[in-house]
Design a protein around this ligand. Structure first.
Ligand code: SF4
Length: 904
């Protein structure tokens, strides 16, 4: 058992990505919270990325759901907890009594703590008796789970973060780690800096920020990863890349896997054509892999989110098994999980096709063992509905009640309009959330307020199997309660015993004991166990230090698995899996000729309910966008900076066209974060195909055939306003949080007859005596207005027929002033600062608020030639380092432009 003293601040864990960084949170008397990296946590050694650094700015109670509410006559009304819990338990009980246990479901989240997840799973599978509990982790790593089970016999991540440091080559497949796992990426960057011979290969259809570190980037055609790795398997087999002794002693199934790979992928030139990569570069990768013993292949959503996701995972694992590059320092396949507790959810079986403690639903001995341990009245007899199928069943009426906890499926699931239809006609929708106004909450019959990060207490497990404590350092706001507590209260009201937990430590102890239950070689062996954490008392649980499972008796963790060459299949051997390549479920055609890829941006998380509150995180990418190749933009009649509509056979959305994301012709990329609260029509989930992997059920977020067309508007505009506004009368809007204002990007249709009247209506300024300045050009199309209160800017509005409007960064700086000068007023009406240096440009470094113009000016005027020099001059890149890849790009572009000028 590991103990660590609690310092002055509270040691906890970041609630965002699967890197699982340790955080030191120090609340002050005034309610502010200072956030720092926990230098004692092995995942980050004191570092945080920009999202983690900004955690303190997301903790306000603005927009929080603070009281239970029940919908009556179409209106949500605040009720007591007793009334809300009675309603949930009673309705669930009635529906089960009438239609059976499979008529109800839970849809939960990788944001839950392990203790919450454990109770939810126990309630559904052991007491209600249905496995209809699935999770948004289904959307990010279920293909990795299925791949691990096929290859290793259990869902086991072989390696640890230290393996990246000990490797001589890291291959990043379908992972923009620079933005999505920034602290791990920065660890890789530091290795590269210290050891220039260390190789980084990136396999990704897009030239992402991660490629700034790459020795080799293979921009594969979306969906062709299996061809590429089958090609590697075949190449290794024919070019001395086989570890014969390892394969003979520790694996099964090579012949079938190799025959399948050889059938389509023995010729690297043919593979290069299919993958649409340069043949020499492909061969360079194959040679590098063959020649480098210590290789880590890290993969993420670009691999998992596919209708062939499980095969993609196994095609990668096959190459590591063939070359024996697994189970030793510096080598192995490595699944990067998207969410903070995707792994913890897997430990407790929080998915529809899993049982608790790495036991299997389709194994009768496992079912009996879990039921025996729980002493539960029943146990689910078969796997439940996975996420996409679950919402289909709700729409079909076979599932009549759903309890959604800590997730926003109306935004995040594919074919999101179908989710809306499902919830619209579902008999009972219960939603537990920390936020009052989400797209999903609009369909809730019962709303339950949850504790947020900083208020809740439990454990999470990161990508390298490291269990860390998330500790409360803020009081529960309003009537919010812990998720485990609410689940137990409903369970008890439904008449179930087995839910008398005094706190999360009690639940953790039961989880630990279940992990050890009948877990022996002669009985029901599982590699996952927490033996060394059995019997922790309250103080020991409170002080638990991070530890990687399996946790041996005595408390030692296990950084690396398979060091003894034993796997979890009954014969102790790993399995090669024959992975026949197949095309994505839906291919582009004449009607939908482009391929949509989706993903994250650097400074936002999921549906922005938390990161969207931090003004400095909004500065980097303020609006949703459609990134595409300039020639495709020309071909489809859309222009950079203008709005376009992207549609598929499932739905449509609107966003602004941009170039520069390194996307090949034929593709478009759209971020996943924007939703009905942050934009009028920018939910990309509505467009995404609901096709899923047949084994894992993970949706194909990376390959939806789409069409793009101009979104015709007659004017563009924006507002900065200290007051919140409703903008129903415009054709398109995006809402962005600023430091002292809210920013609205607008576009409208039709001529504006009277700009002044229109502006006053939009801004809600009815008072004819208000301090109001405005300007209209001779054409009558360009209009600017400023509303002042007590000499301070209260609101400003800019309208133009073109999207090239004044700098928002410059205007934002005016909101920090207590009094506008005459020069400021003139600048406002002329639409540009008198002092050109006043416009910092769009944010690049969110930590220090450094804009692109400031950086480029510094590069030019101080002849800067390195990122370190930029940091020394303007601070950018000097804190979390998340912007370093962009600084490199800006440096290269600015120096190239300077060089071109010198030649002219
Ligand atoms: Fe949080 Fe960033 Fe660490 Fe991920 S890399 S856990 S988002 S601080």
């Amino acid at each position: 058992m590991n103990l660590s003293p609690i310092p002055l601040g509270v040691r906890t864990t970041c609630p965002y990505c699967g890197v699982g960084c340790g955080v030191l949170a120090t609340p002050a008397a005034d309610g502010a919270v200072t956030i720092a990296g926990d230098s004692t946590h092995a995942a980050n050694a004191g570092r945080l990325c920009v999202k983690g650094s900004a955690l303190g700015e997301t903790l306000s109670l603005d927009g929080r759901l603070l009281h239970p509410a029940v919908r009556e006559d179409g209106v949500l009304r605040q009720v007591s907890w007793d009334a809300a819990l009675d309603q949930v338990a009673g309705r669930f009980r009635d529906i089960i009594a009438e239609h059976g246990p499979d008529a109800v479901a839970l849809y939960v989240s990788g944001q839950l703590l392990t203790e919450d997840y454990y109770v939810a799973n126990k309630l559904m599978k052991g007491y209600i008796g249905s496995a209809n509990i699935d999770t948004n982790s289904r959307l990010c790593m279920s293909s990795a789970v299925a791949g691990h089970k096929r290859a290793f016999g259990e869902d086991l991540v072989p390696g640890c973060y230290d393996d990246f440091e000990q490797a001589d080559m890291v291959v990043l497949v379908g992972s923009n780690a620079a933005w999505c796992h920034p602290i791990l990426f920065q660890r890789i960057a530091r290795i590269k800096e210290a050891r220039p011979d260390f190789k980084v290969v990136v396999i990704d259809p897009r030239r992402t920020a991660t490629c700034e570190l790459a020795d080799l980037h293979l921009p594969v055609k979306p969906g062709t990863d299996v061809w590429l790795f089958n090609g590697l398997l075949s190449y290794l087999a024919r070019n001395g890349g086989v570890d014969q002794a390892f394969v003979a002693a520790h694996t099964n199934g090579l012949d079938a896997a190799l025959n399948t790979a050889d059938a389509d992928c023995a010729d690297p030139l043919a593979v290069a054509r299919i993958c649409r990569v340069d043949a020499e570069q492909l061969l360079a990768f194959y040679r590098l892999f063959a020649a480098t013993s210590k290789v880590v292949t890290a993969f993420s959503q670009g691999v998992n989110q596919s209708s062939a996701g499980t095969d993609k995972v196994n095609s990668i694992i096959n190459c590591h098994l063939l070359s024996g590059r697994i189970g030793q320092p510096g080598m192995g396949p490595f699944s990067l999980t998207g969410q903070p507790n995707a792994m913890g959810g897997r430990e407790v079986g929080g998915m529809a096709n899993m049982l608790a403690a790495h036991m299997e639903l389709d194994n009768p001995d496992h079912r009996a063992a879990v039921q025996q341990f729980w002493q539960s009245p029943r146990i689910a007899a078969r796997p439940g509905l996975k996420a996409v199928d679950l919402f289909r069943a709700i729409e079909a009426g076979t599932v009549k009640a759903v309890w959604i906890i800590a997730t926003n499926p109306l935004v995040s699931l594919p074919d999101a309009n179908q989710v809306q239809r499902a919830l619209e006609q579902c008999q009972l929708v219960v939603v537990t959330d920390i936020v009052a106004g989400t797209d999903t909450n609009a369909y809730a019959h019962v709303l339950l307020p949850a504790l947020g990060w900083g208020e809740k207490d439990g454990t999470v497990t990161n990508s390298e199997r490291c269990i860390s404590r998330q500790r409360a350092f803020l009081p529960a706001p309003g009537e919010a309660r812990a998720d485990w507590q609410v689940l137990c209260q409903v369970a008890r009201r439904m008449g179930f015993d087995g839910f008398e937990f005094a706190g999360p430590g009690d639940i953790f102890d039961e989880h630990v004991r279940l992990s050890c239950h009948r877990n022996s070689p002669a009985d029901l062996p599982r590699a996952f166990h927490l033996a060394g954490l059995a019997g922790l008392d309250a103080r020991q649980y409170a002080e638990l230090a991070p530890v990687q499972w399996p946790v041996q008796a005595g408390g030692a963790g296990t950084p690396r698995l398979f060091e003894d060459g034993r796997y979890a299949h009954p014969d102790g051997k790993a399995r090669f899996i024959a992975t026949a390549p197949r095309a994505p479920a839906h291919l582009p055609d004449a009607e939908y000729p482009l391929t949509l890829n989706t993903g994250r941006v650097r400074d936002q998380w999921h549906t922005m309910t938390r990161t969207g509150k931090a003004a400095r995180l909004a500065g980097h990418v303020a609006e949703s966008f459609i990134d595409m190749h300039p020639q495709d933009a020309l071909k489809f009649g859309v222009r950079e900076g203008e709005l376009a509509r992207v549609s598929s056979q499932w739905g449509a959305m609107v966003a602004r066209v941009q170039h520069g994301g390194g996307i090949a012709r034929g593709g478009v990329f759209i971020p996943i974060h924007w939703n009905g609260q942050s934009a009028s029509d920018a939910r990309v989930g509505a467009v995404v195909s609901p096709a899923v992997d047949p084994l894992s059920g993970e949706p194909e977020f990376k390959h939806t055939p789409v069409m793009i067309e101009r979104f015709g508007v007659s004017w563009h505009g924006f507002i900065l306003s200290r007051a919140d506004l409703a903008l129903d009368q415009v054709a398109h809007w995006t809402r962005i949080q600023g430091e002292q204002f809210t920013r609205y990007e607008l576009a409208g249709r039709g001529a504006i007859a009277d700009h002044g009247a229109f502006a006053r209506t939009l801004l809600g300024v009815a008072d004819a005596d208000a301090d109001w300045l405005d300007y209209e050009d001779r054409s009558g199309a360009v209009y600017r207005a400023v509303h002042l209160v007590d000499e301070r800017i209260a609101q400003c509005l800019f309208i133009s027929p073109r999207p090239d409007l004044p700098s928002r960064t410059w205007l934002a700086s005016l909101f920090a002033k207590d009094q506008l000068t005459q020069a400021d007023r003139i600048s406002l009406l002329s639409g540009q600062p008198i002092d050109k240096g006043a416009d910092a440009g769009p944010t690049v470094c969110s930590c220090f608020g450094v804009g692109r113009n400031t950086i480029c000016t510094a590069i030019r005027s101080h002849a800067l030639t390195s990122v370190a020099a930029i940091t020394g001059c303007v601070k950018a890149g000097g804190n979390c380092g998340s912007c370093v890849p962009e600084l490199k790009q800006l440096l290269a572009a600015t120096l190239a432009a300077e060089h071109a000028c010198a030649l002219d």
